[in-house]
Design a binder for this molecule. Structure first.
Ligand code: SF4
Length: 237
């Protein structure tokens, strides 16, 4: 298992500045122990396309929380067929889900932030942790302009929350307009929820389209207030 130091990460950030260079570095140095985590939103469409031009054998995985919108299942299949790739699908532990919904209800997330975080923890964070324990690095679609709390991210980060593997954010500086432009220009398949105003796509009961002027992730857990609106996958202890 490759593990990294902060000095190595700083060195990578000082030398590697572009999306393509970051992904090429991941291919040369981490493949096959690196994979892209995809929720099949707009950013994922772009990164997957660039990744597969660099290395057709790059790996992809997604979390099937059991509460995804049909449109997301549809695009998973479209992408799988278009690129002739397999997408590894991770599932939550059935017993953990059973215990949670039997104790707190199937829509527990609307009752409190604590319940919402528990649901994300069981349906997303736990399966993700298991997957990341097998990797040396993972690739995300995080961008700085998505939320205030994502403004300090860098292309390479030491993921202390997952045993010191590398977290690679190759499109941190892309704007929402650039993402949309790349999709159109390259005629990429994308999640049809995008055309309905979903600038961030997650579980069906927890995501809605945004209104003009809203933060790009405002549609996630829209009933909650404050800036804590992350599912736990990108929180670094
Ligand atoms: S986004 Fe909603 S349904 Fe999905 S795991 Fe989190 S709380 Fe549960």
């Amino acid at each position: 298992m490759a593990r990294f130091t902060q000095e190595q990460v700083d060195d990578l950030n000082s030398r590697i500045k572009t999306t393509e260079d970051a992904l090429q570095w991941a291919s040369d140095n981490l493949h096959p122990k690196v994979a892209k985590a995809s929720s099949f939103g707009a950013e994922d469409a772009v990164i997957m396309d660039i990744m597969l031009k660099i290395n057709p054998k790059f790996r992809f995985f997604t979390l099937d929380t059991g509460r995804l919108p049909q449109e997301t299942y549809d695009i998973i299949d479209v992408v799988r067929k278009k690129y002739n790739i397999s997408v590894e699908i991770l599932f939550p532990d059935a017993n953990e889900v059973k215990e949670m919904v039997n104790q707190k209800g199937v829509n527990l997330f609307y009752d409190s932030v604590e319940n919402r975080k528990l649901c994300c923890e069981i349906r997303k964070v736990h399966p993700m942790n298991k997957m990341l324990a097998t990797l040396d690095g993972w690739i995300t679609g995080l961008r700085r302009d998505q939320t205030k709390i994502r403004q300090n991210i860098r292309i390479f980060q030491l993921d202390q929350g997952h045993g010191g593997i590398l977290k690679i954010n190759p499109i941190i500086d892309w704007t929402w307009e650039q993402i949309q432009e790349y999709i159109k220009k390259n005629n990429l398949p994308y999640n049809s929820l995008l055309d309905k105003g979903y600038t961030s796509i997650g579980c069906e009961p927890c995501t809605r389209p945004i209104k003009p002027g809203e933060d790009l992730r405002a549609g996630r857990w829209w009933w909650e207030q404050g800036e804590h609106k992350e599912c736990g996958l990108h929180i670094d202890p």
